[in-house]
Design a protein around this ligand. Structure first.
Ligand code: ADP
Ligand code: MG
Length: 486
């Protein structure tokens, strides 16, 4: 079960969600043919005889697709099946020339495993049922054909890894964070380009509701959600719809539905087929997929450091809290940036704070990736170094950061100088000024001596004012207490 402890009820109902995610594997050629998988070619220029299902052609398994499935299996702690089976999933649709899709059914290549992620600052684990290899179908083109429909078979035979979760997510937010974590993982592993606009990563959300303690409710499956925002909106709309139905005395009928982002509603496409409708059977054209242990070992040896392992290392080596460490490993770019900056300035927690705060805020607002951040790791490290050595205050640092970001300058020290942001922490310079402050505020001094701690803050405030905010507050504090004999 999910480690969720905060699965909130919606109008008195418990929500149950399981996701089926299709990740397009980043191979050069298709899963069973040599045709290119490149996106955006003119229709039907990348459909080979195999993809067109011409008589007499036979599929040949693409090793690179299998290797990517193994990489995934290892990353989620699953069992990589030593022997798995390809099956035919039979259905009739114009974009499926063979009349069946080659998939895996009873024995998938990846079995079990789990994905870990955060919802807010709370850790969650969702178990995976399986992940199997399959081919994508073609595409019906309804536009530009004056009432006719065209078929583009470029996508037919594109390798997919379908990743199936257990039904154990309790909210749209949890489902969305799971999907984000999965997306980050497949991109990190280099097995999927993660491009959601191009359909390289899409989710089907299975949703049901029940009264607490009741058996699982009947689910409806929302198909083909290719943005995290739509995923969350679609699930929320579906939850409300199902509860309305039940409250009105109707039963939920298992169905496949589509989400219409314009109306914000889910709409039934067809009542859901059961597995037997697909007449699955082992594909006689493909031998069992045998993965010898030494192949798994070779793939393991070539795996990048996993995000979870890197996060543990960041906790251990840099003393980061678990949450920060996870945030710093949301992508390879974040991990590398954090580590470079932390090493350069020696203040890892401050680096994490800046990356989660100011830097992320600016990136999100401008829809940019960390890789094209105008403030690179070395520069941020310099800036943080100046906070750590108390040359500038946090407030001053934010001004320098803004200037760096907008390209007003590129040298941290030069900007501090130009903007006059240096804190005065030199005791000699502050000494005389503090004497003046005490002389001018005898009332506060008396109140403080009479035991009013508030009066001390007023004196610090006066001192900061006298230096136009440039005094180092910690030094002012210390000197004032000394002068007052406290
Ligand atoms: P199928 O392959 O026919 O779509 P599965 O039983 O393999 O059906 O389940 C598909 C997905 O539906 C899985 O992600 C699973 O977690 C989810 N699921 C199954 N039952 C429910 C339910 N009652 N409510 C929500 N999700 C469910
Ligand atoms: Mg399904």
């Amino acid at each position: 079960m999910s480690t969720s402890t905060n699965s909130k009820l919606v109008r008195g109902y418990e929500v149950v969600i399981g996701l089926e995610t299709h990740a397009q594997l980043s191979t050069q050629s298709k899963i069973f043919s040599g045709a290119s998988t490149a996106f955006g070619a003119a229709p039907n220029t990348q459909a080979s005889a195999v993809d067109l299902a011409l008589p007499g052609t036979l599929p040949v398994m693409n090793k690179a697709a299998v290797e990517r499935a193994i990489r995934f299996g290892l990353a989620v702690g699953a069992t990589v099946a030593p022997r798995s089976i390809f099956a035919r999933k039979n259905y009739f649709y114009p974009d499926l020339p063979k009349g069946y899709q080659i998939s895996q059914y009873e024995i998938p290549v990846v079995q079990g495993g789990q994905v870990q992620f955060y919802v807010g600052d709370q850790a969650h684990t969702v178990r995976l049922t399986r992940a199997h290899l399959e081919e994508d179908a073609g595409k019906s083109l309804h536009e530009d054909y004056h009432g006719q429909t065209g078929i583009d078979l470029n996508r037919a035979g594109t390798p997919l890894l379908e990743i199936v979760s257990e039904p154990e997510m309790g909210s749209s937010q949890e489902a969305t964070e799971y999907a984000r974590a999965l997306h980050a993982l497949v991109v990190w592993l280099g097995i999927c380009d993660g491009n959601m606009q191009e359909g390289s990563f899409r989710c089907d959300a299975n949703v049901s509701v029940r009264k607490p303690g009741a058996p699982l409710g009947t689910r409806r499956e929302i198909k083909n959600l290719n943005s995290f925002r739509f995923l969350q909106q679609a699930i929320d709309a579906e939850i409300q719809w199902q509860i309305d139905q039940i409250e009105d005395g109707h039963e939920i009928v298992q169905a496949t539905v589509l989400f219409d982002p314009d109306s914000g509603e889910t709409r039934a496409m067809r009542t859901k087929e059961d597995a037997h409708d697909y007449r699955y059977f082992p594909d006689p054209d493909l031998p069992p997929l045998v993965i010898a242990p030494d192949w798994v070992e070779r793939v393991k040896a070539e795996m990048p450091e996993l995000p979870r392992v890197m996060a543990e290392r960041f906790q251990r080596d840099y003393g980061l809290p678990a949450y920060d460490a996870t945030m710093m490993t949301q992508s390879k770019a974040f991990g590398a940036y954090f580590e470079a900056a932390a090493r350069a300035c020696g203040a890892p927690k401050l680096v994490a704070n800046w990356l989660m705060g100011e830097v992320s805020r600016r990136l999100n607002a401008e829809g940019r990736e960390l890789a094209d951040s105008p403030v690179q790791a070395r520069t941020l490290a310099q800036l943080i170094g100046r906070i750590a050595d108390r040359t500038i205050s946090n407030n001053g640092a934010r001004q320098v950061f803004d200037a760096l970001w907008s390209g007003e300058g590129s040298d941290v020290d030069a900007l501090i100088e130009a903007k006059g942001l240096k804190q005065v922490s030199d005791t000699g310079a502050l000494d005389a000024m503090l004497d003046d402050v005490l002389a001018a505020n005898t009332k506060s001094v008396e109140e403080f001596r009479a035991g009013k701690e508030k009066a001390f803050n007023a004196l610090v405030g006066q001192a900061m004012k006298a230096t136009k905010g440039k005094a180092d507050p910690a030094v002012v504090n210390e000197l004032l207490r000394k002068k007052l004999g406290a």
